[in-house]
Design a protein around this ligand. Structure first.
Ligand code: HEC
Ligand code: HEC
Ligand code: HEC
Length: 441
């Protein structure tokens, strides 16, 4: 926290942001059904509903009758500074954004400034949304004014402790850290590459989870020119893996088709979506057109390997040894016995899982990742694959919280990170204890 306060003070002296020229009266028909339909699609690409809809049971989690109306806000978002509640963005004039002009909408979405100069916290991904182009922003505005049902219920107010309740200070944060230019296509790249880059960097805000954050909670880059862009980040104890071409813990060994199908169905290349990515697939990427998904995958595959971690060699001696050890019951490798008893039923003795049911753990980049928070959190809480329109029935992974001690969790995870040709750093019981402690489980 202190680091952030210092950062805010330091950047307070930075040059003020160049003012965006106020768009002269923009003329577009907000009632145009085609524009509204386009806005609905883009709202999916931006996952506006994912953050602006309360969880089942309403903001308190106890309101049995609360319908969790889409876009009515009230989703609590954990940040290192306290809980931030998402706003009601339905067109209700009092509880929502019904009084917003187009310029108000543009400033809120691109710059994080709500009417009355209320600075928004970057839990709203405006650093990415700054890149949304004008045509798309018109369509989004038309949709939110005329395609969404107004909901009169106001969202809970956010109360962060001092100094983070000083919303005006976000002005300096934004000036120092957030880009403010609309996406500019690269002339030397293909239309497909540019479409993918645009979706990933702007509406998709993939970097909000997949790019590591700095001391002031800023993303360490917003496009492929930054060294750490999309090299992996931890939010809320879910580690979002490296999406660059690293053949170990990145996407280097996966094809465009496999990545596109992962985003559409939650299954691709033997991987199954888990953790906070499940909601991204359920609320957002499953609805994207095949062309857009291919464009996203094409862009990701263009990112050169960065921040390498872990290795996989399915043909290695070690790979053969693991399978033989598990087969013969000669489980002398620490953790192998636990794996055989508790995990092999679904993930199989050869670590290859079962297509469209259980993920492979052999050569799985999330298993080889530099940070093991996600692996521990998944073991503790269990998980469920995403429910999608076109994907298979969602299977569950059980929780092992009551069954395994910290040491046993560390052993079985160390085993899966080093079996079948996987090669990544061991997991210590201390790491497990730390994650469990902060999860309170
Ligand atoms: C990752 C979560 C997240 C996503 C995705 C997201 N928002 Fe938000 N948004 C928030 C949060 C949290 C706030 C409240 C921030 C605050 O109180 O400072 C907010 C605030 C807003 C506001 C300001 C409303 C007001 O007057 O208080 C608007 C407008 C808005 N979002 C529109 C959108 C649109 C349009 C999209 C999709 C293109 C979107 N948001 C996607 C989290 C999100
Ligand atoms: C709310 C945070 C969040 C956002 C936003 C997000 N991701 Fe993820 N993503 C994760 C987490 C956590 C994982 C690890 C779990 C898994 O593999 O499903 C993941 C995994 C992935 C994987 C599989 C990587 C691997 O090595 O297993 C791909 C591909 C991916 N995300 C692409 C994207 C794209 C493209 C976007 C933007 C459209 C995006 N993600 C936005 C959190 C997020
Ligand atoms: C009943 C079947 C089942 C058992 C038993 C099981 N898992 Fe899973 N596992 C799954 C499913 C289904 C997923 C996908 C979860 C999700 O999408 O949230 C998964 C996901 C995973 C992942 C994330 C990989 C990815 O790409 O999704 C890891 C790591 C993992 N399991 C490890 C283990 C370990 C270690 C054990 C034993 C201690 C175990 N699992 C036992 C079904 C199982």
């Amino acid at each position: 926290m202190a680091a952030v306060a210092v950062a805010l003070l330091v950047v307070g002296s930075a040059t003020p942001h160049r003012a965006r020229a106020l768009t002269s009266v923009t003329r577009f028909d907000t009632n145009d059904p085609r524009l509204i339909a386009k806005g609905e699609y883009l709202a999916k690409a931006g996952d506006c509903a994912g953050c602006h809809t309360a969880p089942p049971g309403g903001p308190s989690g106890k309101e049995t009758l609360h319908p969790a109306a889409p876009f009515a806000g009230g989703l609590p978002m954990g940040s290192p500074f306290g809980t931030i509640w998402s706003s009601n963005i339905t067109p209700d004039p009092d509880a929502g954004i019904g009084r917003y002009s187009y310029d108000d909408f543009e400033r809120a979405v691109r710059e994080g400034v709500a009417p009355g100069n209320r600075r928004l916290y970057p839990a709203m991904p405006y650093p990415s949304f700054a890149k949304i182009n004008d045509d798309d922003l018109h369509a989004l505005y038309a949709y939110f004014m005329h395609g969404v049902a107004p909901v009169r219920q106001p969202a809970p107010r956010t109360h962060l402790p001092f100094p983070f309740n000083q919303r005006w200070a976000m002005m300096f944060w934004r000036a120092a850290f957030a880009p403010d230019d609309v996406f500019v296509p690269h002339a030397t790249r293909s239309a497909q590459w540019n479409r993918g880059a645009y979706l990933v960097q702007s509406l998709g805000h993939c970097g909000a989870c997949h790019t590591p954050r700095g001391p002031a909670y800023e993303e360490r880059g917003y496009d492929e020119h930054a060294r750490l862009y999309l090299t992996g980040g931890t939010n809320d104890h879910w580690f979002a893996p490296n999406l660059t071409g690293d053949p170990g813990a990145g996407l280097g060994r996966f094809s465009e088709q496999e990545i596109a199908s992962f985003l559409k169905q939650g299954h691709g290349g033997g991987l199954v979506t888990f953790g906070s990515m499940v909601q991204v697939v359920e609320d957002s990427t499953q609805y994207l057109s095949d062309d857009d998904l291919r464009a996203i995958a094409h862009y990701l595959k263009s990112l050169p390997p960065a921040a390498p971690n872990g290795h996989f060699d399915g043909q290695s001696q070690a790979a053969v040894r693991t399978v033989r050890a598990l087969d013969t019951g000669n489980a002398e490798l620490p953790g192998a016995g636990l794996y055989q008893g508790l995990c092999a039923r679904c993930h199989k003795a050869d670590g290859m899982g079962e297509p469209l049911k259980y993920p492979r753990l052999a050569g799985n980049p999330a298993v080889l990742a530099a940070h093991v928070d996600s692996l521990v959190r998944l073991l503790v809480e269990g998980g469920e694959a995403p429910h999608t329109q076109s994907g298979p029935e969602a299977k569950k992974m059980p929780s092992f919280a009551g069954k395994l001690t910290d040491t046993e969790m560390a052993r079985v995870l160390t085993f899966v990170r080093n079996a079948w040709g996987n090669d990544a750093a061991p997991v210590t019981s201390r790491e497990v204890a730390q994650v469990r402690h902060s999860l309170g489980k």
